[in-house]
Design a binder for this molecule. Structure first.
Ligand SMILES: Nc1nc2c(ncn2[C@@H]2O[C@H](COP(=O)(O)OP(=O)(O)O)[C@@H](O)[C@H]2O)c(=O)[nH]1
Ligand SMILES: [Mg+2]
Length: 378
């Protein structure tokens, strides 16, 4: 594959991700919190990975290597949250009877872990129920925590269902810069293509040439055609053409990338509204899904992203990425509690198969630091 040679760094990572260790934290730092605009975005797409082509062999046989189990990866991704919660719980409840002060301390620990005030107080209440002046084992507190978190997540853990009567089924992908939109599109497209859907991609991040190229690489990798225009072109016009083109080609699914934008920049958000308006000229029901991609390392800022993108882009579901490093996974609980939007997938790495359907029970048990996931023994 000629492409393979050109983009060895990226392909090496795709293939090499199977069974590989998670990326070191410094390669996955979110770059969107500092307030930069899309036009100033640092090149963090695969193009920059080309520098390491030489020392990154394209290791196809690695596909045979055993893959670290899903549970182990999730647990590791949530380790930062679960260890701070676990430590806090041990500090509070070891050799101490349960009283109002202990419960207050517990609530603080949970709020600091981004779980949100509502969930934190519900967990605290559940822990306190009938146990005043008794001692409680930290493990029991963690079990209660897992069960309360699971209750919040069960209603939102919903698969992304492609309605085959909509052709193409149009998926718009939005989010702040660097949250993992383009990578998620690649992973999602790979998944859908693997399930037999004919997928087409639209390179709607027209701000940066590298972003267009990044999507083209994914398209080539999975055999999906990519509609693109030159850098600086109008994204709404591209959306219009893309739906028409997808119809002509008989694509089942069209996934449209967009430029990262900060949720507090009105003019950029207005551009997103324009994309939606123009899409609806071709298909009044488009987009059929509007996915907000959130970076799990940003913490509280994610709440305002959900709020504002939800309002402007009519977000129908969430994907949380980067749950494989220094994630602040608790925020997903706060988001679910507050916004009740479906969470379809979580991203646990940069490779094509690092996108997993969101499972409430696994996530709840991992964040509580319990040992087995939903599929393990209890
Ligand atoms: N570790 C890790 N890195 C990710 C994940 N998803 C995306 N990335 C990386 O985050 C950076 C930004 O991703 P990109 O898809 O370009 O973000 P976009 O600006 O929203 O399109 C890239 O270096 C990706 O490889 C993930 O689930 N885990
Ligand atoms: Mg992008």
């Amino acid at each position: 594959m000629a492409d393979n040679e050109n983009k060895g760094g990226l392909f090496g990572r795709w293939f090499g991700r199977r069974g590989a260790e998670p990326q070191p934290a410094d390669t996955q730092k979110p770059e969107q919190e500092s307030g930069q605009e899309p036009e100033q975005a640092p090149a963090q797409e695969p193009a920059s990975a080309e520098a390491s082509v030489a020392e990154t062999p394209v290791a196809e046989p690695v596909a045979e290597a055993p893959r670290t189990s899903w549970w182990a990866r999730l647990k590791q991704g949530l380790a930062r949250s679960s260890s701070s919660i676990g430590q806090g719980i041990s500090d509070i409840f070891t050799k101490r009877k349960l009283d109002a002060a202990a419960l207050e301390d517990l609530e603080d620990v949970l709020i600091r872990a981004d779980l949100g005030v509502a969930t934190a107080s519900r967990i605290t209440e559940a822990v306190g129920q009938g146990r005043y002046d008794k001692s409680i084992d930290p493990a029991e507190v963690r079990a209660i925590l897992a069960s309360e978190v699971e209750k919040v997540l069960v209603p939102v853990a919903r698969p992304l269902e492609i309605d085959a009567t909509k052709k193409p089924y149009v998926i718009l992908v939005v989010g702040v810069n660097g949250s993992g939109k383009t990578t998620t599109i690649g992973k999602l497209a790979a998944k859908l293509a693997g399930e037999g859907h004919k997928v087409m991609l639209a390179a709607g991040d027209t701000f940066r040439a590298a972003a267009i190229e990044q999507l083209q690489i994914w398209g080539a990798r999975i055999g999906a055609s990519v509609i693109s225009r030159q850098q600086g072109a109008d994204a709404a016009g591209l959306a219009f053409d893309a739906i028409n083109e997808a119809r002509r080609e008989g694509a089942d699914v069209l996934i449209m990338d967009t430029a990262g934008r900060l949720q507090n920049r009105t003019e950029l958000m207005a551009e997103l509204e324009k994309i939606l308006r123009v899409m609806r000229k071709v298909d009044p029901e488009a987009p059929h899904a509007s996915l907000l991609v959130i970076d799990a390392t940003v913490g509280q800022n994610a709440l305002s992203q959900v709020e504002i993108f939800g309002r402007v882009a009519g977000v129908t579901g969430l994907v949380m990425t980067k749950l494989d490093g220094t994630a602040r996974g608790g925020i997903l609980v706060a988001i679910s509690e507050k916004h009740k939007l479906p969470v379809h997938f979580i991203g646990v790495g940069e490779g094509a198969d690092d996108l997993e359907p969101f499972e409430a029970r696994d996530f709840a048990r991992a964040i509580a630091g319990l040992d087995e996931g939903a599929h393990g023994a209890n």
